[in-house]
Each structure stands twice: as C-alpha cells, then as structure tokens.
Write a protein that binds this ligand. Structure first.
Ligand SMILES: [Fe+2]
Length: 613
C-alpha cells in the first residue's frame, strides 16, 4: 500500500521498506504509545513510566520518543499513526449526556467543554504537529475496537469470541465481537451510562479508594467479607441471559457529576461511605504494625470495617456473575471455544479465573495492559491488519516491551553516584547470590531488561521475597509497600511446576497466567507451604514464568526451587506506594534506598544495604 509514498522511498534507500505504525492512547486514563514494524510489536510503554506521574493521561510524547528510540527511527519514519478512539464521537456523548441531565450536569458539562475545546477535539492536528505526519496518515480506531484488537490480534488464535468491558469509551461500555484472521466484527454493545466498569468504580469510591486505581483494593478486600449484600447490589444492575445489562441510574451520579459517582439513594441503600483516611482492617486481617499502635477500640472498628468488606464481597460477586453471564452468552452467540478479553474490567483476575473454570470456553487470552494504555497496541494492530489489510504474524507471548538500561549505563550511574556495587557477569554466581539472600529472608529489588507493559510487574521490575515465610507479607509491607493488610502478594512460579501448587490444569498453556491475570486456588496442601502469597480465601494470583521469554527470572526461580524444594517466589511491583513502577537504574536505586529493601539487582550489578557507606 502506498509504495510510492515519500517516506517509503526514504526507507527503501537503506533497506527493504518497512511499514511503521504507531498506536496512541491518551487523554483519558493511562496514555501510552506502541510501535509496530511490519506488524511486529517493537516497543510499547505507558507515559507514566517516563514522567513519573501515576496514570499520566497527557499526550504520550515520552512514550513515543522511547518507541522511536527503541526502533532506531525518527518521527518522519512513521508511516501511519492510529489513535485509539474517535474524539468527535466521545465529544458527542458528553454533549448529549450533559444535555440530558442538565442542569445537574452543569459542572461536569462545563469542565468537559473546556478540555474538549482545548486539545482533545484537535487530536489530529496535534498529532500532525508533534510528529510531522500528513493528516491522511492518521487513522482513528474506536475505543472498544482498540480494546478488542489488543486482545485478539495479540492472541495466538485465528478465530475467537471477543469481550471488551470497561468504564466507557465513546458510547460503548462493553462489547461482544468475533475475530477471524485480520477482521474483527463487533456484534453487540452496551452503551453509556450502563456500565459494569462504572458500577465497580462507584463501589471503589464508596469503599474509600481512588477510582481507576483502587479497584484492585476492592478485589483484595472482597475475600475478607461475606457477600451478604448481593440482593442490594442486584437492585443497581439487571442482566439478561443474553449478557445485556442495565443500571438503575436512580442510584448514580457519574453521568452528571465530576466528583461523585453515587448519590444519596445509593447511600440510603448501603449506608455511609467508608472514610478514605481511615485504616482498613478486619478481625481476620488484624492490625499491622505499620499502621501504628493498635487502637483501644480495635474490635469495634474492625466490626465496622467488616461491613465494608461485606460490601466489597457483594459487588465483586455480582461483577463476577455479570461477566460469567456475558461470557456464556458470547459462547452461545458465537459457538467458538476461545475467548479474548480486554478493557479495564478484564483486569479483574478473580473473574477471569472463574470464566476459564465455569464457562465452556477452553482457552482465554487477556491483553496484559487490558486498560486504556493497552489500547495503543490495539489501535496500531487494528490499523495494520484491519485498515491496511496486512496479514498477522505476531503473538504477544510476554509483556517486556518497555525500556531497558544496559550494563554500561547502569555502571555509569552507580559509579557517578558513588554507590558501592559488585558486577557479577557470571549468571550462575549472580543467581546463587540472590537465592542465598532470598533464603535468608532478605527482600530483593530485581530490575532486569525491558520494563513491563501493563500494570503488573512480571520479573523485570519486581520486588522479590521468600513466599514460604508466614511473616514475609508483613516484612515486605513494613519495609517497602505500606499497603493495606488485605492486599495479597503474588507468586511467580515456573510454568511447568505451577500445577503442583495451584489449581490450574495445564497451567503453562494459559496466557492470562503469564500476565498474572488469573486468581486460582492454591492447592489445599500447599497453602501452608506458601503462606506469604496465599490470600485469606486460599487463592493466589499466580504468574507462570517461561524459560524462553524470561530466561534469567526463570533460572532464578529454578535455582530457588533447587535450594528450597519450592520453585516459587513472592513478586510484587518495584515501586513505593502511590508511585509508578520504576524504569531507570536511578529510580530503582532511589526506591531501594528510600525503603527497607536489602538487596538491589540491576542487571548484573548487585548493591547490598550492608555494603553501603
Ligand atoms: Fe477503555
């Protein structure tokens, strides 16, 4: 296509013409960029990893620069840019929704107009200006089509059903489609304001957590509760056998308010919202030392919190039921045995674990960056396959698409900062050292190769510890994370050994488990073996590690397994609470020195706390 194009002529001068497609997602939640060369993903990263602003949604200039750097390209080498959604359609939704709820919506309407009449509507012009690309080389996908493409075109499947579920795109909040070869057909959709993502977010806010950030906390809190309020939650949402659902908008205010997602009728139903500043603990979770002194009225406070845990359990349960109904309907509708999923709600790994166990689908693929960042990859793939009609040749087998920092850059940083370190080029020695430290109860910062795509750390920017120690959860929390005591830590396990510890038959072939997107039962006889990663309900959010895609991490876990008999490590993301996951050696070192981490491994370089001056 467009072989006579000037850009191609330039590209051909050196080598065979390669088609470079840049996908962009921004101005909503997590902005990101992704670059395809002849349909093969070369780089993808979220803007927050460069600007250090969590969930940065601005134009992803740093992420674009990184993608180009990684590919050795200049902006002028980009053939096509694909934006992840249609700005005018979204603008129309805001206008119509704003007018329908006027004057209640006056504030949200006014704020939306100001931002939309600023940058957002003029995204084509902005991309033109920033990248120096012709207007006719800029395509617009649709929000849910981008999510769908991110899942289906990254999957190994030639044919699959596709479910996308999130807060809201242009109008769509959920869609059911079919992918075949290079085509995606969306068969059904659910439209704003009826949204499973926004329902979950309303409860996230009600439970005192930040929307688009605290959804994991609701999921982690749920197993501490009993779903005794499901009947009340079912008053808010109705779902048909065909998977179509509807919210009762009487209870919500997200469609006309910028700062409240639920209203007084919601509060009448569930009681007062949880104070976001209050510590959360239940009789079962106990009171962690990093909260300070145990309050005298612990029992009363724990009882109060139990009510909120029960609400978390109830919304989680209803969400799972709705997703299961949607998945079963997708199976009925398509008759296909494979399912691809994306959209923020597809990060609900508890629900995903139930979908693979309880529906007729035999295989699942969930995009590792299922939220809006991931739509940058989806948009690029949609442009390449569906708009340009090019064949598929890519499967996303791992999530290491971010920036790497080589040994020279790492040593330069350490030397210039006057940090004592040891460079251990022999991998056996390096790994033996780390295993020794893990076994003696040390907490290890582990930064290797390219950082991960999506919200999970998968052994490239991870904090590691010994999962066999019951006290390790508290140690990691006290030293580093200061997370709520109800949030579980995840296990990384050798793919071939996963079935020994987790209830996931043929674990190695499940892609979502590679991306930490399934929660499954820890085998009953292994729960006492792995206390630090077993959640209160006996589950674990496992990551299976493949030798081919993450060889050094694999060898580390393998060696830990040889030393201890347990080929599993505790893996949590390499960041301090509230900060984006680290990228550079400097960021890793800063996090290491500000926390109680004992050992830092930057590629081949090892820094130990006791070594420091
Ligand atoms: Fe989305």
């Amino acid at each position: 296509m467009a072989a006579s194009h000037g850009r191609h002529a330039r590209a051909r001068a050196g080598a065979e013409a390669v088609l470079n497609v840049l996908g962009l997602s921004c101005y909503f939640h997590d902005s990101a960029a992704a670059l395809l060369r002849d349909g093969i993903l070369v780089a993808a990263a979220e803007e927050e990893r460069f600007t250090r602003k969590k969930h940065d949604y601005e134009f992803p200039q740093h992420a674009i620069d990184f993608c180009l750097r990684q590919a050795g390209l200049a902006a002028t080498d980009v053939d096509y840019v694909v934006f992840f959604e249609k700005p005018f359609v979204k603008f129309e939704r805001l206008l119509i929704a704003g007018l329908a709820t006027f004057p209640r919506s006056y504030k949200v309407f006014r704020e939306a107009m100001i931002t939309w009449l600023g940058d957002k509507l003029w995204i084509r012009h902005l991309i033109q200006k920033r990248l120096g690309i012709a207007a006719d080389r800029i395509f617009f996908s649709e929000h849910h089509l981008s999510h769908a493409a991110s899942a289906f075109f990254c999957s190994p499947f030639h044919e699959a059903a596709i479910l996308t579920v999130d807060g809201v795109g242009e109008w769509t909040t959920a869609s059911l489609g079919v992918g075949r070869g290079t085509d995606i057909t969306l068969l059904k959709e659910i439209r704003f304001p009826h949204s499973l993502g926004l329902l979950y977010s309303a409860f996230t806010a009600f439970l005192g957590f930040e929307v688009n950030e605290g959804e994991y906390k609701v999921m982690g809190m749920a197993p501490f509760g009993t779903p005794r309020y499901v009947d009340k939650v079912w008053k808010l949402i109705r779902v048909g056998k065909d998977g179509a659902f509807e919210l009762d908008m009487e209870y919500f205010s997200f469609h006309h308010s910028t700062d409240r997602t639920f209203n007084t009728k919601f509060v009448d139903l569930f009681g007062a919202p949880r104070d976001p500043r209050a510590n959360f603990f239940t009789p079962v979770s106990g009171y962690p030392s990093y909260f300070g002194d145990r309050p005298e009225n612990f029992d009363a406070l724990a009882r109060d919190n139990q009510h909120y845990a029960d609400i978390a359990a109830s919304i989680q349960k209803v969400t799972e039921e709705v997703l299961l109904t949607m998945a079963r309907a997708a199976y009925e509708e398509t008759g296909l045995t494979r399912l691809c999923m994306a959209g923020g709600v597809a990060l609900n790994s508890v629900a995903n674990g139930r979908i693979i166990r309880e529906t007729p689908f035999e295989e699942l693929y969930v995009h590792p960056a299922a939220g809006d960042g991931g739509a940058a990859v989806g948009a690029a793939l949609y442009g390449y396959h569906t708009i340009l009609g090019k064949a598929r040749g890519f499967v996303m087998e791992h999530a290491a698409w971010g920036e790497a920092h080589g040994p020279d850059a790492t040593e330069r940083f350490l030397r210039e900062s006057g940090i004592r370190y040891e460079r251990i080029e022999d991998e056996d020695r390096l790994i033996t050292r780390v295993v020794d430290r893990l076994q003696s109860g040390k907490v290890v910062g582990w930064s290797q190769g390219r950082f991960e795509w999506g919200p999970r750390a998968l052994g490239h920017r991870s904090i590691l510890a010994d999962p066999r120690r019951a006290d390790m959860k508290d140690i990691v929390n006290t030293k580093i994370k200061f997370r709520e005591p109800f949030r579980p830590f995840a296990p990384s396990v050798l793919a071939e050994r996963a079935e020994d510890y987790f209830d996931l038959p043929s674990a190695a072939r499940h892609f979502p488990a590679r991306f930490m997107l399934y929660v499954v039962d820890v085998k009953p006889d292994k729960r006492a073996v792995l206390p630090a990663i077993t959640h209160v309900d006996g589950t674990g959010r496992l990551q299976t590690v493949q030798r081919e895609t993450n060889p050094r991490y694999y060898r580390l876990i393998e060696t830990f397994g040889q030393a201890t008999g347990v080929p599993v490590v505790l893996n949590t993301s390499f960041n301090l609470k509230g900060e984006p996951i680290v990228n550079t050696p400097a960021e890793a070192y800063n996090t290491f020195s500000k926390s109680g981490m004992d050992v830092l491994v930057l590629g081949e370089c090892v820094v130990e706390k006791s070594d420091r001056a």
